[in-house]
Design a binder for this molecule. Sequence first.
Ligand code: PGA
Length: 249
Amino acid sequence: MQRPVFAANWKMNHGPTEAREFMTSFLRYYPRHSDRQVLFFPASITLAAVVDALKERTDIRVGVQNIHWEDKGAFTGEISAAMARDAGAHLALVGHSERRHVFGETDAETGRKVAACFRAHIVPMLCVGEKLAEREAGETESVVLRQLRAGLADISAEQVAHLLIAYEPVWAIGTGKTATPEDASRVHQVLRAELRALAPDKYSAIPILYGGSVNRANATQLVIAPEVDGVLVGGASLDAEGWAAIVRA
Ligand code: PGA
């Protein structure tokens, strides 16, 4: 198995001051571990503070939570992948469920954003996941495959091999309801099979993370489940000690 990925999605939490305090204690609790990868996705306005706090810790990578698909222009309030890269981001979340369902981001837009990441040499983490009604209607597979195909539609097979995927069932995000490790494994297998068709040589090395109410109590069971290569964590990544406990486990 490849080394597991522990990704913190801070959403609209932690400004620069809180982020600096967080990093001071987090780095005390989390010395370098070469057998796992830790990622942070702070708010864009907090990115510089996190990049600065991690300048001695190149083992930890930082990304943004969203980018625009254009490289520059009159898009008030947006940031481009190139700007994020210039500010020290190595990655970007694309198609997080809150972008899709709160802000109306479409499948086609996620595809354009993934392509924009590659133009700017940023690694996209494409998020997919079904809503509760879709799950209850037996549509989980078709929804995540539709989102995966659309998200990867504008890039080459070579590029597909250099991104990350996060499966985050919408009904599990911030609700305290987690998919069981078996549920997660089953959907990850479906995604893996599709990645195999898209990138036959490299599909097995593409990390597929699980996200949705991951916490200290359930993280380890999820990370060791078959086909689960790591976790994308919101609420439980906001407290330095608790997050360090998850990534150290
Ligand atoms: P949660 O969020 O861990 O708070 O459920 C996960 C996410 O949205 O990435």
